[in-house]
Design a protein around this ligand. Structure first.
Ligand code: NCD
Length: 322
């Protein structure tokens, strides 16, 4: 799975639904992937994404192999992604890959296709991050009760933030979303993302630099880190990194039901005094990240969850319960 675009909406909802089931049946699903091996090929730093992919497989009874940091793999000797992946296909049943270059996950998926090994994109450069989006959607659904008819603010680095690009793409498919894009001009969302919103027909967007002016209208505020590693100039990064800092005082202007999301890691953009506020949902996202990866890994491997019946899935197309 390189992007969520190719996944029918029903399958996407089914993964969120399965993750809810898993949350309350951890013991029942503990042997679902027994004997399976997940490989995590992480060419870029990660805490949550890699560890949640791995713990998801371990909690389903499977095992994991892999590397964290290209420096410890044969990439440091000049091996291509395709050759590394074709090698790992001989060892693993499913591969999760993170790479600093846009398109690397697609290259990996093509290399693995001939062996029939599924590849999951765990983040490719400033492009996409589909499994983070599954965690985000699960959290928004949990907090707001639906995935349509929402005013969603996305704030910070909308240019390089791959989680933002994937989330906008997915929400556009549910429809009825009013996007409020908050960023400095230099970090505005790329044209291809704006075009996606326009093409959806039922979603709209507005761009602003002023978070305080719009915060009172939002159902969801998705904060992001300014992506230091994707800047060509350190000075430019230093100039822009603290543009938005959400703190307890600023949150006073928000609606009581607004959910604050952040894919993490945070640097300065959310003050720690926000953590105790009931609107802070970013550690719920972390837990949902593990649960959706459990749902996804078992689904792509075709391993049935004991007691789970696809027919009894109970999420409707708009993300509300049946
Ligand atoms: C994000 C990523 O790596 O794109 N983090 C994550 O996967 N949870 C966001 C970020 O690094 O800022």
């Amino acid at each position: 799975m390189i992007t969520l675009d190719g996944l029918p909406l029903s399958s996407l909802l089914s993964i969120i639904d399965r993750s809810r089931y898993i949350a309350t049946h951890m013991r029942d699903v503990a042997d679902t992937c027994r004997g399976r091996v997940l490989a995590t090929l992480f060419y870029e730093p990660s805490t949550r994404t890699r560890l949640s992919f791995e713990t998801a497989m371990l909690r389903l009874g499977g095992n994991t192999i892999g590397f964290a940091g290209a420096g410890l793999s044969s990439a440091s000797k000049g091996e291509s992604i395709a050759d590394t992946v074709r090698t790992v296909c001989e060892y693993a049943d499913v591969i999760a890959i993170r790479h600093p270059r846009e398109g690397a996950a697609l290259v990996a998926a093509r290399a693995a296709a001939r062996r029939g090994v599924p590849v999951i994109n765990a983040g490719d450069g400033g492009h996409l991050h589909p499994t983070q989006t599954l965690a985000d959607l699960a959290t928004i659904r949990e907090r707001c009760g639906r995935l349509t008819d929402l005013t969603v603010g996305l704030c910070g680095d909308l240019l390089f933030g791959r989680t933002v690009h994937s989330l906008i793409g997915a929400l556009c498919r549910f429809g009825g979303i009013r996007f409020v894009l908050v960023s400095p001009d230099e970090l505005a969302a790329p044209r291809w993302v704006l075009d996606q919103i326009q093409a959806s027909g039922s979603c709209s967007y507005e761009c602003t630099r002023d978070l305080q002016q719009v915060i009172g209208r939002l159902d969801v505020l998705y904060m992001t880190r300014v992506q230091q590693e994707r800047f060509a100039s350190e000075d430019e990064y230093v100039r822009l990194r603290d543009t938005y800092v959400l703190d307890h005082a600023k949150l006073q202007a928000a609606q009581p039901h607004m959910a604050v999301l952040h894919p993490l890691p945070r640097v300065h953009e959310i003050a720690v005094d926000v953590d105790a506020d009931p609107r802070a949902a970013y550690f719920d996202q972390v837990r949902n990240g593990m649960l959706v990866r459990m749902a996804l890994e078992s689904a792509v491997l075709g391993d049935a969850l004991p007691g789970w019946d696809e027919e009894t899935a109970n999420l409707k197309g708009d993300g509300t319960w049946k």
